[in-house]
Design a binder for this molecule. Sequence first.
Ligand code: 5GP
Length: 210
Amino acid sequence: MPIENDGVMIILSSPSGAGKTSLVGLLSKLDNFEVSISHTTREPRLNETPNKDYYFINETEFKRLIKNQEFLEYAKVFNNLYGTTRTQVINHLNDGKNVLFDIDWQGADQIKNKKLDYKLITFFILPPSKEILFERLSNRDMKDKLIVDDRMKQFEHDVLHWINYDYVVINDDLESCYLKIKKLIEAEIKDSSKDYDKEFIRKHVEKLTS
Ligand code: 5GP
């Protein structure tokens, strides 16, 4: 059972381009919220700060962390390795901080299956439509049409994991999506009633996959 003053774990996953990273950025500004900083073997992007956005490490170092069982979860995503180390997360939770995870469905499954003694709330973020997703991906730093096509194909697979999450939220507008997630987290922490329509989400997923 979670201890009353412990923080809660909040996972946000989404197909590429649904805006999850911006949402994590907004939520991290809330009082008492910390972002879990992942390790990755991918190269830093121009706008990224090492040790803030990610700990950038090579494959040998990543494998050493696996061998030493330092990861709470890890996975291969788009040919790179990503993982969350256990100590940083547990320390924050024991200090009463809520920890935000920006991780994919494989990592979310692993953390769920660990059944840790901390409350866990999982969110899956979806785009309003495939057309808008295509537009967002094309407008990113991904000028390469092949990468956009690849991400669109990947979307068809990734979207199917929505069913394993506590809540699915549609990111049609960043601010209102953020407020929706914030309200659901507050309701979960207080154990009060939640404003959530699973049938509406099921129909939205049907539209996205048709
Ligand atoms: P990006 O390279 O665009 O920052 O992230 C690619 C994907 O990897 C995103 O879906 C992101 O959520 C996921 N990711 C980032 N860090 C981790 C991690 O520590 N574990 C797992 N399983 N996925 C991660």
